[in-house]
Design a protein around this ligand. Structure first.
Ligand code: BDR
Ligand code: CA
Length: 308
């Protein structure tokens, strides 16, 4: 698996799940501008991997802005660093000396078997990979992305952050012909970091457990302030969980289009659940989540990754 991400509190947990679950082989991590600038999301990825004892996993920085238009970061949710809350002071490994899209190409072409790409940020890097290196696509088993919704948005009334940040990139990925799974807000809003979950992280008795508890405590404060949510939804690890255990996320096949020109709806995911358009149902759209199984998986991975 390759994780393309913009950490980001929930991206951090997605990375920990990818590192800590014994069934996954994390080949590399690429970063993208989104929740914060590229420089910050890259530093955050390096820090989380270092804390998880996975400093050997190659990390490369990708695109520093969307394909079209300017970047708007989510500082109101993730803070000035992109990972506000915990003490993340840790020596980090060096970043790979290649662009993130090139690292993805090399990892996919060099892998003995097909590779799953999990994208938990704007789809800029993945779209560039699709456009500039189509030769890798037959070797991509599936692209699982956290983004969009079958319902309403969180950045505009109908647009979710990752898709709204780079709608053209999402459009390219959705037309790539690669098998796709969409993990939208309609399911991630069920993965809530309650007080009990935060206490469980803290109770793991490792530095990583404390980091996770502090991350979720900060995330809870911003979700309460910005959205009025009682508990924050941890979107991104749901995409990794869906790869580890397909029974955790229920999907239905449906056509999905990205709204690129809507007056009020640019960046919306138009999911044809009732199959009215006649388009091919070529995206597996998440519609259900086994919440308990999801948290068991994530907790076990954090326990496993953070031995000290
Ligand atoms: C998505 O946006 C980001 O803020 C989160 O990390 C997640 O990937 C949720 O809309
Ligand atoms: Ca993210």
């Amino acid at each position: 698996m390759i994780v393309d991400c913009d950490p980001g509190h929930d991206d951090a947990l997605a990375l920990l799940l990818a590192v800590g679950d014994p069934r996954l082989q994390l080949l590399g991590v690429t970063t993208v501008a989104g929740n914060q600038t590229l420089e910050k999301t890259t530093r955050n990825a390096l820090r989380i991997l270092a804390l998880a004892g996975a400093g050997e996993v190659p990390v490369a920085a990708g695109c520093d802005r969307p394909l079209v238009g300017e970047l708007t970061v989510a500082e109101d949710i993730h803070g000035g660093s992109g990972l506000d809350g915990p003490d993340l002071d840790v020596p980090v490994a060096a970043i790979a000396d290649v662009h993130g899209v090139e690292l993805m190409r090399r990892l996919i072409m060099g892998s003995a078997g097909p590779v799953t790409v999990v994208a938990t940020g704007p789809l800029t890097n993945v779209a560039l990979l699709v456009r500039t290196h189509p030769e890798v696509l037959p070797r991509v088993r599936r692209i699982v992305f956290m983004g969009g919704s079958t319902e309403r948005g969180n950045t505009t009334p109908y647009g979710e952050f990752n898709i709204v940040t780079d709608p053209e990139a999402a459009d390219i990925v959705l037309r790539s012909g690669v098998p796709l799974t969409m993990i939208g807000l309609n399911v991630t809003h069920q993965a809530l970091a309650t007080e009990e979950i935060i206490a469980e992280f803290r109770g793991l008795g490792t530095r990583l457990g404390v980091v996770c508890a502090d991350l979720m405590t900060f995330f809870a404060s911003t979700y309460l302030r910005v959205f009025g949510f009682e508990h924050p939804p941890v979107h991104d690890p749901v995409a990794v969980a869906a790869v580890i255990d397909a029974s955790i996320v229920r999907t239905v096949a449906a056509p999905v289009a990205i709204e690129l020109t809507g007056t009020h709806t640019r960046g919306a995911t138009v999911v044809d659940l009732h199959r009215r358009t006649g388009e091919a149902p070529d995206v597996d759209v998440a519609v259900g989540l086994d919440v308990d199984a999801f948290w068991r998986l994530l907790m076990a991975a954090v326990r496993n990754a953070g031995q000290t």
